[in-house]
Design a protein. Structure first.
Length: 145
């Protein structure tokens, strides 16, 4: 593999991890937008699920960074593609939630939260998908590789 190809792969991997962190930021923005609103049972469930997702995201990136800092790592392209797809699946879900929060709290409470949590837990399963995904970077067993 040429250095240019390797550099492109590294850049793609960094962008992928940054995009994953941006999902955590989007979730935090949702939490901030909900401050001051009466808390419903569904909101508590959404926040619990989403807090767990933030922890999983940060853990995934932290474990990846521990390997990256050694400068002796390989990129698992198939896993990276899977991670990119997961991020692409997550981004619109939390952007939609933020948009709905900004739209109308009554609509959010009466019609949206219950269905949203059901989709998070039963359809999207982001925590489970990220939790079962191997890291997109692996440590090289020897620097000569």
């Amino acid at each position: 593999m040429t250095n240019e190809t390797n550099d492109n792969l590294n850049a793609d991997m960094y962008v992928c991890l940054a995009n994953l962190l941006s999902v955590a930021s989007d979730i935090q923005n949702c939490f901030a937008a909900l401050e001051g609103k009466r808390i419903t049972l569904e909101e508590k469930m959404i926040k619990t699920y989403s807090n767990d997702l933030i922890v999983n995201i940060v853990d995934y990136v932290a474990r990846s960074q521990m390997i990256i800092k050694s400068n002796a790592f390989d990129i698992e392209q198939s896993v990276q593609k899977e991670l990119e797809q997961l991020v692409a699946d997550m981004q619109p879900v939390f952007k939609e939630l933020l948009k709905t929060i900004a739209y109308d709290w009554n609509f959010l409470e009466q019609y949206y939260e219950h269905d949203f949590f059901g989709r998070l837990a039963n359809e999207h399963r982001f925590n489970e998908r990220l939790g079962s995904m191997p890291l997109c970077v692996i440590a090289k067993t020897s620097v000569a590789d």
